[in-house]
Design a protein. Structure first.
Length: 204
Protein backbone atom coordinates (compact mmCIF):
# COMPACT_ATOMS: atom_id res chain seq x y z
CA UNK A 1 0.00 0.00 0.00
CA UNK A 2 1.37 3.39 -0.96
CA UNK A 3 1.47 6.07 1.70
CA UNK A 4 -0.28 8.57 -0.62
CA UNK A 5 -3.39 6.37 -0.65
CA UNK A 6 -3.92 6.60 3.10
CA UNK A 7 -4.51 10.33 3.28
CA UNK A 8 -2.28 10.56 6.37
CA UNK A 9 0.12 13.50 6.61
CA UNK A 10 3.59 12.49 7.72
CA UNK A 11 4.14 12.25 11.45
CA UNK A 12 6.62 15.08 11.47
CA UNK A 13 4.20 17.42 9.70
CA UNK A 14 1.27 16.36 11.89
CA UNK A 15 3.10 16.40 15.22
CA UNK A 16 6.20 18.48 14.57
CA UNK A 17 4.62 21.78 13.56
CA UNK A 18 2.52 24.04 15.70
CA UNK A 19 3.12 22.07 18.89
CA UNK A 20 2.26 23.90 22.08
CA UNK A 21 4.81 25.27 24.52
CA UNK A 22 3.30 22.98 27.13
CA UNK A 23 4.13 19.91 25.07
CA UNK A 24 7.71 21.11 24.67
CA UNK A 25 7.98 21.59 28.42
CA UNK A 26 6.63 18.09 29.01
CA UNK A 27 9.23 16.63 26.66
CA UNK A 28 11.99 18.50 28.49
CA UNK A 29 10.67 17.22 31.81
CA UNK A 30 10.62 13.68 30.40
CA UNK A 31 14.26 13.94 29.36
CA UNK A 32 15.23 15.09 32.85
CA UNK A 33 13.27 12.25 34.46
CA UNK A 34 14.57 9.56 32.08
CA UNK A 35 18.12 10.41 33.11
CA UNK A 36 17.40 9.03 36.58
CA UNK A 37 16.03 5.71 35.32
CA UNK A 38 19.34 3.83 35.60
CA UNK A 39 19.22 4.29 39.39
CA UNK A 40 15.89 2.45 39.67
CA UNK A 41 16.17 -1.09 41.12
CA UNK A 42 15.43 -3.96 38.67
CA UNK A 43 12.20 -4.89 40.52
CA UNK A 44 10.83 -1.35 40.49
CA UNK A 45 8.11 -2.22 37.95
CA UNK A 46 7.24 -5.62 39.41
CA UNK A 47 3.44 -6.09 39.09
CA UNK A 48 3.00 -6.47 42.87
CA UNK A 49 5.01 -3.37 43.73
CA UNK A 50 3.14 -0.40 45.20
CA UNK A 51 6.02 1.79 44.07
CA UNK A 52 5.30 0.68 40.51
CA UNK A 53 1.67 1.80 40.73
CA UNK A 54 2.60 5.14 42.25
CA UNK A 55 5.31 5.73 39.64
CA UNK A 56 2.87 5.02 36.82
CA UNK A 57 0.34 7.49 38.18
CA UNK A 58 2.91 10.22 38.80
CA UNK A 59 4.68 9.73 35.48
CA UNK A 60 1.65 9.53 33.21
CA UNK A 61 -0.98 11.66 34.94
CA UNK A 62 1.15 14.49 36.31
CA UNK A 63 2.83 15.02 32.94
CA UNK A 64 -0.51 14.33 31.20
CA UNK A 65 1.14 12.77 28.17
CA UNK A 66 -1.24 11.94 25.36
CA UNK A 67 -0.56 9.20 22.83
CA UNK A 68 0.19 11.97 20.33
CA UNK A 69 2.82 13.40 22.69
CA UNK A 70 4.42 9.97 23.10
CA UNK A 71 4.41 9.41 19.34
CA UNK A 72 6.12 12.75 18.82
CA UNK A 73 8.73 11.99 21.49
CA UNK A 74 9.44 8.56 19.98
CA UNK A 75 9.96 9.96 16.49
CA UNK A 76 12.10 12.82 17.76
CA UNK A 77 14.59 10.44 19.34
CA UNK A 78 15.06 8.35 16.18
CA UNK A 79 18.50 8.93 14.63
CA UNK A 80 17.07 8.62 11.10
CA UNK A 81 13.88 9.18 9.11
CA UNK A 82 11.62 6.10 9.12
CA UNK A 83 10.57 4.47 5.87
CA UNK A 84 7.04 5.41 4.69
CA UNK A 85 5.62 2.01 5.71
CA UNK A 86 7.18 2.35 9.17
CA UNK A 87 5.78 5.84 9.62
CA UNK A 88 2.33 4.75 8.48
CA UNK A 89 2.36 1.76 10.83
CA UNK A 90 3.50 3.88 13.77
CA UNK A 91 0.72 6.36 13.02
CA UNK A 92 -1.72 3.45 12.88
CA UNK A 93 -0.49 2.21 16.26
CA UNK A 94 -0.84 5.52 18.07
CA UNK A 95 -4.21 6.35 16.50
CA UNK A 96 -5.86 2.96 17.07
CA UNK A 97 -6.86 0.92 20.11
CA UNK A 98 -6.80 -2.31 18.08
CA UNK A 99 -3.19 -2.37 16.92
CA UNK A 100 -1.72 -2.77 13.45
CA UNK A 101 -0.81 -5.60 11.08
CA UNK A 102 2.50 -5.08 9.25
CA UNK A 103 3.61 -7.26 6.33
CA UNK A 104 7.17 -6.59 5.19
CA UNK A 105 10.19 -8.67 4.14
CA UNK A 106 12.78 -9.72 6.70
CA UNK A 107 15.27 -6.97 7.43
CA UNK A 108 13.00 -4.07 6.46
CA UNK A 109 12.65 -2.72 10.01
CA UNK A 110 9.48 -4.10 11.58
CA UNK A 111 11.14 -4.06 15.00
CA UNK A 112 11.25 -0.25 14.85
CA UNK A 113 7.44 -0.27 14.83
CA UNK A 114 7.29 -2.69 17.75
CA UNK A 115 9.67 -0.46 19.68
CA UNK A 116 7.17 2.39 19.35
CA UNK A 117 4.70 0.30 21.35
CA UNK A 118 7.37 -0.58 23.91
CA UNK A 119 8.30 3.10 24.19
CA UNK A 120 4.65 3.89 24.96
CA UNK A 121 4.55 1.15 27.59
CA UNK A 122 7.56 2.67 29.35
CA UNK A 123 5.86 6.05 29.36
CA UNK A 124 2.57 4.72 30.76
CA UNK A 125 3.75 2.08 33.23
CA UNK A 126 1.89 -0.75 31.50
CA UNK A 127 3.09 -4.18 30.31
CA UNK A 128 4.16 -5.55 26.94
CA UNK A 129 4.92 -8.90 25.31
CA UNK A 130 7.14 -9.34 22.26
CA UNK A 131 6.83 -12.82 20.77
CA UNK A 132 8.71 -14.79 18.13
CA UNK A 133 8.28 -18.44 17.04
CA UNK A 134 11.94 -19.42 17.65
CA UNK A 135 14.03 -19.51 20.83
CA UNK A 136 17.14 -18.20 19.06
CA UNK A 137 15.21 -15.28 17.55
CA UNK A 138 13.57 -14.57 20.91
CA UNK A 139 16.96 -14.25 22.59
CA UNK A 140 18.17 -11.96 19.79
CA UNK A 141 15.15 -9.66 20.18
CA UNK A 142 15.65 -9.73 23.96
CA UNK A 143 19.10 -8.21 23.51
CA UNK A 144 17.87 -5.72 20.91
CA UNK A 145 15.07 -4.45 23.15
CA UNK A 146 17.43 -4.18 26.12
CA UNK A 147 19.68 -2.02 23.94
CA UNK A 148 16.70 0.11 22.88
CA UNK A 149 15.72 0.81 26.49
CA UNK A 150 19.27 1.82 27.33
CA UNK A 151 19.23 4.25 24.38
CA UNK A 152 16.07 5.79 25.85
CA UNK A 153 17.71 6.19 29.25
CA UNK A 154 16.13 3.21 31.03
CA UNK A 155 17.76 0.23 32.68
CA UNK A 156 17.91 -3.01 30.69
CA UNK A 157 16.39 -4.70 33.76
CA UNK A 158 12.97 -3.49 32.59
CA UNK A 159 13.14 -6.30 29.99
CA UNK A 160 12.65 -9.98 30.77
CA UNK A 161 13.01 -13.21 28.79
CA UNK A 162 10.89 -16.37 28.99
CA UNK A 163 11.48 -19.37 26.72
CA UNK A 164 11.24 -23.10 27.19
CA UNK A 165 14.91 -23.17 28.17
CA UNK A 166 15.54 -19.97 30.05
CA UNK A 167 14.01 -17.32 32.30
CA UNK A 168 15.51 -13.90 32.94
CA UNK A 169 13.68 -11.31 35.05
CA UNK A 170 10.22 -12.88 34.39
CA UNK A 171 8.36 -10.15 36.33
CA UNK A 172 9.67 -7.32 34.14
CA UNK A 173 7.12 -5.04 32.42
CA UNK A 174 8.55 -5.89 28.98
CA UNK A 175 8.67 -9.63 28.33
CA UNK A 176 10.24 -11.20 25.24
CA UNK A 177 8.82 -14.71 24.91
CA UNK A 178 8.35 -17.53 22.44
CA UNK A 179 4.83 -17.47 21.03
CA UNK A 180 3.70 -20.58 22.91
CA UNK A 181 4.39 -18.90 26.25
CA UNK A 182 2.03 -16.04 25.47
CA UNK A 183 -0.62 -18.35 23.99
CA UNK A 184 -0.56 -20.49 27.14
CA UNK A 185 -0.92 -17.43 29.36
CA UNK A 186 -3.84 -16.18 27.32
CA UNK A 187 -5.55 -19.56 27.56
CA UNK A 188 -4.84 -20.36 31.20
CA UNK A 189 -4.68 -16.97 32.90
CA UNK A 190 -5.82 -14.01 30.81
CA UNK A 191 -5.11 -11.68 33.72
CA UNK A 192 -1.39 -12.10 33.09
CA UNK A 193 -1.47 -11.03 29.46
CA UNK A 194 -4.95 -9.97 28.42
CA UNK A 195 -4.42 -6.21 28.84
CA UNK A 196 -0.79 -6.05 27.76
CA UNK A 197 0.58 -4.50 24.59
CA UNK A 198 1.54 -7.42 22.35
CA UNK A 199 3.78 -7.62 19.29
CA UNK A 200 4.16 -10.87 17.34
CA UNK A 201 7.20 -11.03 15.09
CA UNK A 202 5.47 -13.60 12.88
CA UNK A 203 2.14 -15.35 12.60
CA UNK A 204 2.61 -19.10 12.93
Amino acid sequence: MQQEQTGYPTFRKMLGKGRSKGCKQKRETCKETEGRAEKVPPNFYAPTSLRSQLASVLWYNVLMLTREDIAFMYLEQLPFEPYPFQEEAILGWFSSEQGVLVCAPTGMGKTLIAEAGIYEVMKTGKKAYYTTPLIALTEQKYREIQAALERWGYSKHYVGLVTGNRKENPDAPILVVVAEILFNRLLTDAGKAGNATTWSDRFV
